[in-house]
Design a protein around this ligand. Structure first.
Ligand code: HEC
Length: 162
C-alpha cells in the first residue's frame, strides 16, 4: 500500500513537470486604434476604469497574464477563457462589427453584468478588485444603453429583431 502511494506520488510529480513544457502563447495581437471600442462609441473615464478592472483581460487584445499562467494546467484553463471571451466580444475589434452586432453586444454587456454572469466567477476568485459593485453595474448598463441608441443603424424597413 505504501509502495503504491509512493509510486502514484512520483508519477504525479513527473506528470506535473512534464506538462510544464506545454506553455501557452502569451503574445497579444497588436491593437489597431481605428478598430477599438473607443473609436466606435464614447467611453468616459469611469466606464474605462470599470472595463479595465473587470473585463479587459478577457475582452481586449491587452490581456495581462498573471504569473500562474506559466504554471500548467492553470495556464491552459486561463487561455481557454481568454480566447473564448475574445471570440464572443473583443473591445479591441469592436469597431469592425456591423452596427447590428454592436447594438447586440452592448445589450449583452448590460444583461451579463446584471445577471452576474460577467466577469466570469472563476476570475473573481483571484481578481478581487474586479468584483462589480451595484453602482458599477448600474453605470455599465446606463452607459451601454445610452451608447446603443447612438449607433447608426443601416437604413432598413423592417424593425430590428433580437
Ligand atoms: C476571465 C475571463 C472573462 C472576464 C474577466 C470577463 N469575461 Fe465576458 N466572457 C468570457 C467568456 C469565456 C465568454 C463566453 C462564454 C460565456 O458567455 O460564458 C464571455 C462572454 C461575454 C459576453 C457575451 C457575448 C456573447 O456573444 O454572448 C459579454 C457581453 C461579456 N462577456 C461581457 C463581459 C463584461 C462586461 C465583463 C466585465 C464586467 C466581462 N465580460 C468579463 C470571459 C470573461
Amino acid at each position: 500500500m505504501k509502495k503504491a502511494l509512493k509510486f502514484a506520488g512520483i508519477s504525479l510529480a513527473i506528470a506535473f513537470v512534464a506538462i510544464q513544457f506545454f506553455q501557452i502563447g502569451k503574445t497579444n495581437l497588436t491593437i489597431v486604434q481605428a478598430n477599438t471600442l473607443e473609436t466606435s462609441v464614447s467611453v468616459p473615464p469611469d466606464i474605462a476604469l470599470i472595463l479595465g478592472r473587470s473585463c479587459n483581460d478577457c475582452h481586449t487584445n491587452n490581456t495581462v497574464y498573471p504569473w500562474y499562467a506559466s504554471v500548467q494546467p492553470f495556464g491552459w484553463f486561463l487561455k481557454d477563457h481568454i480566447d473564448d471571451g475574445k471570440r464572443h466580444l473583443n473591445f479591441s475589434e469592436f469597431n469592425t462589427y456591423a452596427a447590428k452586432k454592436k447594438v447586440k453586444k452592448l445589450e449583452e454587456i448590460c444583461e451579463q453584468v446584471e445577471s452576474a454572469e460577467m466577469p466570469l466567477p472563476s476570475y473573481l476568485w483571484i481578481h478581487r478588485d474586479a468584483v462589480l459593485s451595484e453602482s458599477d453595474r448600474k453605470a455599465l448598463c446606463g452607459w451601454a444603453n445610452e451608447q446603443k441608441g447612438k449607433i447608426d443603424e443601416p437604413m432598413t424597413n423592417t424593425p430590428l429583431v433580437n
